[in-house]
Design a binder for this molecule. Structure first.
Ligand code: CUA
Length: 369
C-alpha cells in the first residue's frame, strides 16, 4: 500500500480527473443550451427594441460612442488575454524545466507602465463620453415640446403648443428636434425608445428632459424601463415620426373636436354606452364629454381621435409586430371585455359590458378618426 506523499499525489490525481470529467460532462450538457441562447439573439425577425440600430442623430451619437468604447475594450481584451495565454503556455511547468522563470515582483517600471496605460485609455474615453453626455443633456430652445406623463401603465403625451393631448403613440415631425418634458403621475417610470435615444426616468413631482429626433418617417417602439408595478411589462411606448406636412395635418385633425352622433347607428349606440357608463368619468373626448382630467386623481387616456392610434392598452395591444385591422378589432374586443385580465392591476376594471355593448363601443371608437 502506498504511503506518504506518493499516496496523496495519487489521490489528488484521481480527484482532479474526476473533477475534470464532471466539468466536461456539464459543458457537453450545457452547450446546446448556450448555442440556443446565443442564436435567440440573432433572429431574422424585426427587433423593434434593438438599441444597436439607431435611426436618428441622437441615437447615432450614442451608438458611435458605444462602438468606440467597444472596440477599445475588444483590443484590450485581446492584448490582456494574449499576454495571459502566452505566459500560461511558455512559462508552464514542463518536462526538462529545471528552474523557475524569472520573477518580476516589484518591478517599478512595469508597475508604472501598467498603471499609466489604463489611466490614459480611461482619460481618452472620458473626453468623447463627457462631450456626448453634455451635448445630449439639454433640449435646444427651438425644440418642439411634448409633455410625457407616466401613468400605471401607459404614457400620456401633451402638446402644449397645439393644445393637443394623446396617449400611447407620440407623434413627432421628422427632421425636428423634440423635447420630451417628462414627469410621472404616480410612481417612477422610465421612457425608452432605443432607436431614438437612451432612457430617462419619469419622476413624480419632478421634470426630466429627453431629446428625440427622427430624420426618416417611421414607427419606433419603446418600453417603460423601470419596474413600476404589476403591469410594467405591458407599459409600452410608441413614437410615430411623420414628415412635417403630415404632422401638421395630424395636429389639425387632433385639434378638431369629435362630432356628437345623433342618429340611430351602432356607433351612436356606442356613444351612449360611453356616456352612460363609467367611461366618461375617466376618459376625455373633446366635443363629447369634455372632462378636465387634471381635476381627477386617476384618469385614463384621452380618447379624442382614438382611431388614429394603432395601439391601445398602454400600447401593449395589438400585440403583434404588424397587426391588421382585424387584429385591432379582435384585441379591442378582448380588452373591453375584461381589462384586468389583459393588463393585470388595470385601473379600468371590468365594466360588465354585454357583447352588444362592446360591438357598439368598437363601432363608435372606429368613428373617432
Ligand atoms: Cu412604467 Cu414600468
Amino acid at each position: 500500500m502506498a504511503t506518504g506523499p506518493t499516496a496523496s499525489r495519487a489521490q489528488l490525481n484521481v480527484s482532479r480527473s474526476r473533477w475534470l470529467g464532471r466539468v466536461r460532462s456539464s459543458l457537453r450538457r450545457l452547450s446546446p443550451l448556450v448555442v440556443l441562447v446565443i442564436l435567440a439573439a440573432c433572429g431574422t425577425t424585426e427587433q423593434p427594441l434593438n438599441s444597436l440600430d439607431p435611426l436618428g442623430p441622437i441615437a447615432e451619437r450614442i451608438d458611435g460612442l458605444f462602438w468606440l468604447v467597444f472596440w477599445i475594450a475588444t483590443a484590450i481584451f485581446f492584448v490582456v488575454q494574449g499576454g495571459l495565454l502566452f505566459s500560461v503556455i511558455f512559462f508552464r511547468d514542463r518536462k526538462g524545466r529545471t528552474e523557475e522563470p524569472k520573477q518580476t515582483h516589484g518591478n517599478v517600471k512595469l508597475e508604472i507602465l501598467w498603471t499609466a496605460i489604463p489611466t490614459l485609455i480611461l482619460a481618452g474615453i472620458a473626453v468623447p463620453t463627457f462631450q456626448a453626455v453634455f451635448e445630449l443633456a439639454d433640449c435646444p430652445s427651438d425644440a418642439l415640446t411634448v409633455e410625457v406623463i407616466g401613468h400605471q401603465w401607459w404614457f400620456e403625451y401633451r402638446y402644449p403648443d397645439f393644445d393637443v393631448t394623446s396617449a400611447n403613440v407620440m407623434v413627432i415631425p421628422t427632421g425636428t428636434e423634440v423635447c420630451a418634458e417628462m414627469t410621472s403621475d404616480d410612481v417612477l417610470h422610465n421612457f425608452w425608445v432605443p432607436k431614438l435615444n437612451g432612457k430617462r426616468y419619469l419622476v413624480p413631482g419632478q421634470q426630466t428632459e429627453l431629446r428625440l429626433r427622427a430624420d426618416e418617417p417611421g414607427e419606433f417602439w419603446g418600453h417603460c424601463a423601470e419596474f413600476c408595478g404589476l403591469s410594467h411589462a405591458k407599459m409600452r411606448a410608441r413614437v410615430e415620426a411623420l414628415v412635417p406636412s403630415d404632422f401638421d395635418a395630424w395636429v389639425v385633425n387632433q385639434q378638431t373636436p369629435q362630432e356628437v352622433l345623433a342618429d340611430d347607428s351602432l356607433a351612436a349606440q356606442g356613444q351612449q354606452v360611453f356616456l352612460n357608463g363609467a367611461c366618461t368619468g375617466c376618459h376625455n373626448l373633446n366635443g363629447v364629454n369634455d372632462i378636465n382630467v387634471d381635476e381627477l386623481g386617476v384618469y385614463g387616456p384621452d380618447l379624442t381621435h382614438f382611431a388614429t392610434r394603432n395601439v391601445f392598452a398602454g400600447a401593449s395591444l395589438p400585440a403583434g409586430l404588424n397587426p391588421t385591422d382585424a387584429d385591432w378589432e379582435a384585441e379591442l374586443r378582448l380588452w373591453l371585455s375584461d381589462p384586468p385580465t389583459v393588463k393585470p392591476g388595470s385601473f379600468m376594471g371590468d365594466q360588465n359590458l354585454t357583447a352588444e355593448d362592446i360591438d357598439a363601443v368598437i363601432a363608435y371608437l372606429r368613428t373617432l378618426d
